[in-house]
Design a protein around this ligand. Sequence first.
Ligand code: ATP
Length: 306
Amino acid sequence: MTPALALEDLCKRFGRIHAVEHLSLEVPSGQMVGFLGPNGAGKSTTLYLIPRLVHPDSGRIRIFGADLRRDFKRAIRSVGVMVEAPAFYEYLSARRNLQLAARILGGVRKHDIDEIFERIGLADRQQDKVRTYSQGMKQRLGIGRALLGRPRLLVLDEPTNGMDPEGTREILGFLQQRVRNDGLTVFISSHLLYEVEEYCDTVFVINQGHLVASGNVREILKPQEHIVRATFVGKVPEPRWLRAQAPIKHVEAVAPDTLDIMLGAEDSAWLNLYLLQAGFRICALYPRQKTLKEFFLSITGDHGHA
Ligand code: ATP
């Protein structure tokens, strides 16, 4: 099946900064696909290359097989893009905002706008001024605007940036429904591991402009290592001593009586017994979710890389 989006050997530099370096990836159609990377990894630059807000130094982009450079009109017709926080005429109603955007786009019927308000769950608030909207509602309206041209691929740059957990769930759940119910493909950048873990099917991981991992979310993000947080009563083991024990990969003191210990997925029971036998008393031992930095550490094996 033709991928919704194919990036082939893309490069983009800003002076001496290599924002995107020989990046190739294929976004499968009909999925929610995450584009994960820490701040400054090159996510926004990559996404800006798609609507040609930024021009690549080299490489090629295809959207549903159409070459963006040679066949721009056909390629761009199938994609809706939302980069940065969407801007609106705050003193006009949401409906009026979409009508104005539709006029610029052309070929959008009244019925299409009605349908979009239904789909973004704002039908009963469409006559309200945008300035009365919450951030989550504005993001949904931005997505609605990106849907005006009936795209098959939606590209979104960190749509949940700065939002509270409820707003985040609202946006990502909404997008997931569009993928499941309407067959839309969503390519969404994020620097939050749990967002991608929970809502995406496929993930591409980028760091310093390079693709560092890709594949099925469950396989790529499935922890090879666990991090357990251990709280001790009485004496606490020396991190350096613990690090020297075979299954332990990393130890960090997070409080005078508490250590975060990274170890193999099956090794928590061993740790508990081993520390007990060595004369330490653990009063709490529970798994902690990996941070993006730790995730990078586990896939690149390099402390300084992320
Ligand atoms: P964030 O999560 O912080 O948005 P990002 O993964 O989207 O980060 P980019 O914004 O693509 O990363 O930036 C990649 C690199 O390119 C960074 O080093 C950034 O400083 C640099 N960069 C991006 N845009 C420009 C520009 N217009 N001029 C100069 N450097 C830039």
